[in-house]
Design a binder for this molecule. Structure first.
Ligand SMILES: Nc1ncnc2c1ncn2[C@@H]1O[C@H](COP(=O)(O)OP(=O)(O)OP(=O)(O)O)[C@@H](O)[C@H]1O
Length: 346
């Protein structure tokens, strides 16, 4: 990912990770927004606690930075259970997963981030572990290979994915509960910002919080990061007070536009309008034209552009809406998507 994506990219590195960890809500009642998910999860957890049984396995899907890791940690904290953390790409061989599963304590929460990127043999081992709390350890090779069954402690799997559609059905079906994480409303992000500013000792007036919140792409991780950049700007260029005007000037400098679109978002829209006349165009062609991987465009940029009503995914390809033309200061063509009420028909 290029350096200029760092500011609004939901990925974080180094010190940023430490600050992120410090800002994570620790319990469900501190977790802001996602009302439906919170209520559903709370029921699942309370009922498990009453029955003194580990709850069903939980799958969380949603864009990067919406709080999936935070919620996984909260699941363990609410259950008073230990948490083991790994990720799909780290589970290349079945043995990698077997080593973890066979050492889980009873009731432990196993969090697998990016679960859609797990290798196939590990995935197959996970099916049995999730359903029967058992793994088959294969000893030997070829026709003489034998599977030795090994019981494992009952545990709860929490899987997180940015691409639920890529999970094979047998895996998806083994989760008792799926939490669909949505982008946050501006008012919710304002609460996230006020909480973070208290924890970081940053003075944040209401109007400054509002300006940062509305440019945060509906994502708490981005809100927290923009807060720190605006704080830097306020301290160096002004008297430290984050007013609306100051937040707006700082975010302009960092190339986050009034709707929260960053450079990649705008590059995607510009390519769609400038090179493909508004589309339809296939994802790979669009990604090549902005010099990014198709997955980055699909996972990082598109969900937000779709949510903002600027881009539509149609069976024929990606299409810019009339609002996208307006956003880039261009007159929409009469046949632009969304300019005609028939586009909304099912
Ligand atoms: N509901 C929330 N309330 C307050 N802060 C939140 C909330 N959700 C996320 N955050 C903040 O956003 C940051 C990113 O959250 P988290 O790492 O859980 O996202 P994620 O969905 O797991 O991202 P990724 O998919 O990239 O791993 C955390 O540091 C946390 O402080």
């Amino acid at each position: 990912m290029s350096a200029d994506r760092e500011l609004v990219s939901p990925d974080a590195e180094g010190d940023e990770r430490l600050i992120e960890a410090a800002l994570r809500p620790k319990r469900l009642d501190e977790f802001i927004g996602q009302g439906r998910v919170r209520e559903q999860l709370s029921l699942v957890l309370q009922s498990a606690l009453r029955r003194s049984r580990p709850p069903d396995h939980v799958l969380m899907s949603g864009s990067p930075g919406l709080g999936k890791t935070t919620l996984a940690m909260i699941v363990a904290a609410e259950l008073g259970a230990p948490l083991r953390v790994t990720s799909g790409p780290a589970l290349e061989r079945a043995g990698d997963l077997a080593a973890i599963l066979s050492t889980l304590a009873e009731g432990e929460v196993l969090f697998i981030d990016e679960i859609h990127r797990m290798a196939r043999p590990a995935e197959e081992m996970l099916y049995l572990a999730m359903e029967d709390f058992r793994v088959d350890i294969v000893v030997g090779k070829g026709p003489g290979a034998t599977a030795i069954p090994l019981d494992i402690a009952p545990f709860t799997l929490v899987g997180a994915t940015t691409r639920a559609g890529l999970l094979p059905a047998p895996l998806r079906d083994r989760f008792g509960f799926t939490a669909h994480m949505e982008f946050y409303e501006v008012a919710e992000l304002e609460r996230v910002l006020h909480r973070s500013s208290r924890l970081l000792g940053i003075g944040l007036p209401e109007d400054g919080a509002h300006e940062i919140a509305r440019r945060s792409r509906g994502t708490p991780r981005i809100a927290n990061r923009l807060l720190r950049r605006v704080r830097d700007f306020a301290e160096v260029r002004a008297d430290g007070v984050i007013t609306r005007e100051l937040a707006s000037a700082a975010l302009d400098l960092y190339e986050v536009d009034a709707e929260g679109l960053d450079r990649l978002d705008r590059a995607v829209l510009r390519a769609l309008l400038g090179k493909f006349g508004g589309g339809p165009v296939g994802l790979s062609t669009l990604a090549v034209s902005v010099g990014e991987e198709p997955e980055t465009v699909e996972v990082v940029a598109e969900p937000f552009l779709v949510r903002q009503g600027l881009l539509a995914r149609t069976p024929r390809g990606r299409v810019a809406t009339a609002a996208a033309w307006v956003h880039l200061g261009l007159p929409p063509p009469p046949d632009a998507f969304g300019a005609n009420p028939a586009d909304d028909a099912p």
